[in-house]
Ligand binder design. Structure first.
Ligand code: SF4
Length: 353
């Protein structure tokens, strides 16, 4: 179907226009399917079919060097699965991850080269309580990647490097002797960041790094991450469900819904003129800290069961602009005005604003 109301000819297939010049990370048609079937014997006895979840389905994006791409969406949209696919914690079902032009999957056959490449990308997890070994001192925790990759010659050099890393994240050199339980939540996340920086990575995947912290502490940790990015030229993939946090840290924003990207745009464009109805719904739910008088509208409806996703556009049961085409035909991610959007109503020009 051609766009009846919209500016014809403005729409194009996604890629390659959205790719930054000389990107550090390129993700192409990434997909991950999890088999969540009951054990074989149960399936046979209870006559149950095999069940799979398409956690990530055909996601493509690029991240320029020194830039931050944030992926946002409600719980279960697949953003954390994308994060884990990028750092190799999951093997993709389909697709390609290029890091500095190298295909990370093709390097599986060359372990030494893959290991060298993995050293250049690290991950910061959501829960600083769970990601630090409670029985280890901070010195051992932060020095572990140094030992693992043979990056410090002896104990003295290890200690000097750890002390410098702790100071870089706003902790004291003397903290090397403490255990994780002696720190606050924000300080523990700083230890996680120091450990992630130990291998001098270029790319950090940050999976909800501040969502387990008090609001008052979140800004401190985010500011440290931004300072480190400026000083060390780091590139971030930032996963969050919190659009206020995303607005603070990102350069580009990808909005995910049920495993797929529905909008990908520069931050100022996305917050200034959101196109996709789901993005609009998420933005309408942000508390109005500027006291402009605009009403906050809670997010409507619930994410559908990923085992039985809706036909066509997966957002159609919750979308105020859905029509018959929406429930029958899945919208493709199309480029319009420097933004990528997957929505029939946007394509047809029947959305206001
Ligand atoms: Fe709504 Fe249809 Fe656009 Fe999906 S394709 S977001 S249902 S208007």
């Amino acid at each position: 179907m051609s766009p009846p109301g919209g500016p014809k000819g403005e729409y194009r297939r996604a890629q390659p226009e959205g790719i930054p010049v000389n990107p550090l990370v390129q993700v192409q048609d990434l997909a991950k399917v999890f088999d969540v079937s009951a054990p074989w014997l149960n399936r046979v006895l209870e006559r149950k079919p095999r069940q799979v979840v398409h956690a990530v389905d055909g996601v493509s994006f690029s991240i320029g060097r020194g830039r931050t791409l944030a992926l946002v969406g409600e719980s279960g949209c697949g953003k954390s699965t994308v994060a884990r696919l990028l750092v190799g914690l999951y093997a993709p079902t389909r697709g390609q991850v290029l890091f500095d032009g190298q295909d990370t999957l093709a390097l599986e056959a060359a372990p030494a080269r893959l290991r060298a490449l993995r050293r250049r990308m690290q991950m910061i997890f959501q829960d600083p309580y769970a990601s630090l070994n409670p029985r280890w001192k901070v010195l051992d925790i932060v020095a572990e990647p140094l030992r693992e990759h043979g990056l410090a010659a002896g104990a003295a050099e290890q200690r000097a490097r750890v002390e410098a890393l702790l100071q870089a994240v706003g902790l004291a050199a003397a903290d090397v002797h403490k255990f994780p339980h002696q720190f606050s939540g924000g300080q523990r996340q700083r230890i996680s960041i120091a450990r992630a920086l130990a291998t001098q990575p270029e790319f950090l995947v940050c999976d909800e790094p501040t969502s387990a912290l008090d609001v008052s502490v979140q800004a401190q940790v985010l500011n440290i991450m931004k300072d480190l990015q400026r000083e060390q030229g780091l590139t971030y993939l930032f996963i969050s469900h919190n659009l206020a946090v995303v607005r603070h840290v990102s350069d580009e924003v990808g909005v995910m819904y049920l495993g797929r990207l529905v909008e990908l745009a520069p931050k100022t464009t996305l917050f200034g003129r959101p196109r996709h109805p789901y993005t609009r719904m998420l933005l309408d739910a942000i508390p109005d800290i500027h006291m402009s008088g605009s009403a906050r509208t809670p997010v409507q409806g619930e994410v559908p069961n990923p085992l039985n996703p809706p036909s066509g556009c997966a957002f159609h049961p919750r979308c105020p602009h859905a029509n018959a085409r929406c429930s029958a035909e899945r919208p493709a991610l199309l480029a319009t005005g420097g933004v990528l959007v997957a929505c029939h109503a946007v394509e047809e020009g029947r959305l206001p604003g």
